[in-house]
Ligand binder design. Sequence first.
Ligand SMILES: [Zn+2]
Ligand SMILES: [Zn+2]
Length: 307
Amino acid sequence: MIGVKQLRSKNYDQKTTIKKQHTATHPYSGRKAVLATMHGKELAIGPPFHKLLQVSIEIPEGIDTDRLGTFTGEIARKGTPLETLRKKVKIGMEHLGIPYGIASEGSFGPYVYFPFIAQDHEILLWIDDERGIEVVEQKISTDTNYNSKTVSKRNYLGYFLNKSFSPSHALIVRPNSGFIPGLTFKGLKKVNEVKEAIKRCAAASTDGLALVQTDMRAHMNPTRMKVIGELAEKMAHRLATLCPNCSCPGWGIVDVVQGLPCGGCGLKTEQIAQEVYGCPSCDLRKTMPRQDGVTKSSPAYCHWCNP
Ligand SMILES: [Zn+2]
Ligand SMILES: [Zn+2]
């Protein structure tokens, strides 16, 4: 199991020096995998899995992934995103009785390095019950329309609507004072629908305000769908890469080593010096230089040069 440890591996591409195997001899070739989604994510995840692994994606009908928690908060999310994701994948696998499963989970908030812009943090989990392995890939993208605003029924929403790319990207409106049954309006794509929802939610809210949010569900948000597609491609490449020791699919970065020397004084910084590749099944690990070729840190990240 790689699991949580791998979450530290951050956002690196999977171009290893190990030879990739995209041939029909790959153990996943011709197999089916379950994707637990209610939000059309097969549009983003299906094509790279088919192209790079010859794996076809099956959607379980009638499952409710919303019971694991929703973005709008009617059902609070319990546990870490990875735990939620593991439950989601297992629901799909059990539903269709297929030993391979995948699901994705997104979280949104201020960008870690620059809090004035938003980030979309997507995690993708692959479970292979035949081999007893899990592979996690993740991506942080600042290409997101994630945003919210409280408005009274008289407020003009033009700037917000513009910035959130509506009507190609839907909005959600609810009372600002909290969740009221029957007053969460999702998937709104027309300005008059948004205005009507604001009027009703503001009237019902104890502070007279409505909360307008971008709808982050993948089928309502083409920008997010694109990020999920890029992450799915990264995962398909990784699964196509076999362990040089035991030939298990999923060889890739599982950890990083900090301590990149400062270009000014030579002292170790907290920047990443090396990347650790590993296998999801056996214990083989290989520590390699950064694949982007960077060998010195900028003095800006050095505690000595830039205290
Ligand atoms: Zn320095
Ligand atoms: Zn191995």
